[in-house]
Design a binder for this molecule. Structure first.
Ligand SMILES: NC(=O)c1ccc[n+]([C@@H]2O[C@H](COP(=O)([O-])OP(=O)(O)OC[C@H]3O[C@@H](n4cnc5c(N)ncnc54)[C@H](O)[C@@H]3O)[C@@H](O)[C@H]2O)c1
Ligand SMILES: O=P(O)(O)OC[C@H](O)CO
Length: 372
């Protein structure tokens, strides 16, 4: 089989690791880095010492800082810049790929701050392309572990089964396995929302609380993630999969996680400005809190944990007061159920329907508690 010629835009920790995954799977990979010296180091020394210290990259990987050169002849395009830079990068890309139907894959886990759009929506808008050409990759994918070739799985999602299958066949090798689904909304929101819960867990770690607090927040966090995603059209089962629960576990547990690290610093009493200054890599969760809460409000979804993360970021909540529930909740005991009577994950769907009814009855003013 002739190897696919692929390009990865963005040579940070994840872009470079994904380039390695693709090259180790047999693809001909070109990396695009904004900075000439980084492109030169990857191309010549097969190293990315700033983002993946100690990792040798495959000899076949090429890199350039000239976008036009990078995308020439590309049969698949992977995008791995911070989500706040995605639209700008895509604007530069558009004239270079013209009307070609090359698939574009988002590796990013953020939403656009101003619009609240998911990255696949930004790609669709900025490139003016058919959604069937777009795929997203997500899952428990801490870059450094994968760069060390530790066995890992991810999910590739596209509204087109054919596109998802094609990307999954390319993005696999002996240590990395790609599964597929067609729930793009759930797959993308899983990656965005778990970052917010990981910030909360980091705060808990920073404060010095133990496993009960963390397990409570992770479990209730998954309910928040599911409610939110289902309200926006995702399938609840996606939140039980690699892009939901899988990524939530990895990100909440690992000191390698930048979101977890950012939270830990907040829990130790650093201000948001201090944390942003200290972070050398992208922690998408910090920028996603406000747009996600805005989207949640628009659908009447309650997100008490994410709300408390916002309050810690704003300096209006002492990190020691973070809990799996809002302390201002009323005293009425809340049902825990997260599944329906048949044992499937219909609880979130039911709550979404109840919310819609509340909103209708309320004339759109907002919804009360919709937990069973
Ligand atoms: N690192 C991981 O473990 C991991 C895993 C899965 C998904 N992700 C997601 O991948 C995305 C990228 O994260 P990362 O970990 O590679 O971040 P990073 O901070 O390691 O690197 C980001 C890279 O993008 C570059 N960059 C910044 N602005 C740019 C612009 N305008 N144009 C071009 N390049 C620009 C930076 O110079 C840097 O090389 C994020 O959305 C993140 O959530 C990361
Ligand atoms: O380092 P984080 O917190 O951005 O997490 C990295 C990946 O998303 C884990 O799957």
């Amino acid at each position: 089989m002739i190897p696919e010629r692929v390009v990865v835009l963005g040579a940070g920790s994840w872009g470079t690791t994904f380039g390695k995954i693709l090259a180790d799977g047999g693809a001909q990979v070109t990396m695009w880095a904004r900075r000439a010296e980084l492109a030169h180091e990857i191309d010549q020394a097969k190293r990315n010492s700033q983002y993946l210290s100690g990792i040798n990259l495959p000899r076949s990987i090429r890199a350039t800082h000239v976008l036009q050169k990078a995308v020439e002849g590309a049969e698949q395009i992977y995008l791995s810049v911070p989500s706040k830079s995605a639209r700008d990068t895509l604007k530069q890309l558009r004239p270079l790929i013209g009307s070609s139907d090359v698939p574009v894959v988002s590796l990013m886990k953020g939403v656009e701050k101003k619009s609240g759009l998911r990255m696949s929506q930004v790609i669709e808008q900025a490139l003016g392309c058919d959604p069937a050409r777009i795929a997203v990759a997500s899952g428990p994918n801490l870059a450094l572990e994968i760069a060390r070739e530790q066995p890992t799985a991810a999910v590739i999602s596209s509204s087109s089964q054919e596109t998802a299958d094609r990307i999954a066949r390319t993005a696999r090798n002996r240590y990395f396995r790609s599964f597929v689904n067609t729930d793009v909304i759930g797959t993308e929101f899983g990656g965005v929302l778990k970052n917010l819960i990981a910030v909360a867990i980091g705060i808990v770690d920073g404060v010095g609380y133990g496993e009960n607090t963390k397990a409570s927040i992770i479990t209730r966090g998954l309910v928040e993630m599911t409610d939110f995603a289902v309200a926006y059209g995702a399938q609840a089962e996606t939140m039980q999969g690699l892009a939901g629960l899988g990524d939530l576990i990895a990100t909440c547990q690992s000191p390698l996680s930048r979101n977890n690290t950012a939270g830990r610093l907040l829990g130790q009493g650093y201000t948001l400005q201090d944390v942003v200054k200290q972070m050398e890599q992208t922690a998408e969760g910090l920028g996603s809190v406000a747009p996600i809460l805005k989207l949640a409000k628009a659908k009447g979804v309650e997100m008490p944990i994410v709300e408390q993360v916002r309050m810690v970021l704003d300096g209006t909540l002492d990190p020691r007061d973070i809990a799996p529930h809002l302390t201002t909740d009323d005293d009425t005991p809340q049902g825990e159920r997260t599944t329906n009577d048949d044992g499937d994950s219909g609880g979130a769907l039911r709550r979404a329907l109840q919310r819609a009814l509340h909103l209708l009855r309320d004339g759109g003013r907002g919804a009360g508690s919709d937990r069973p």
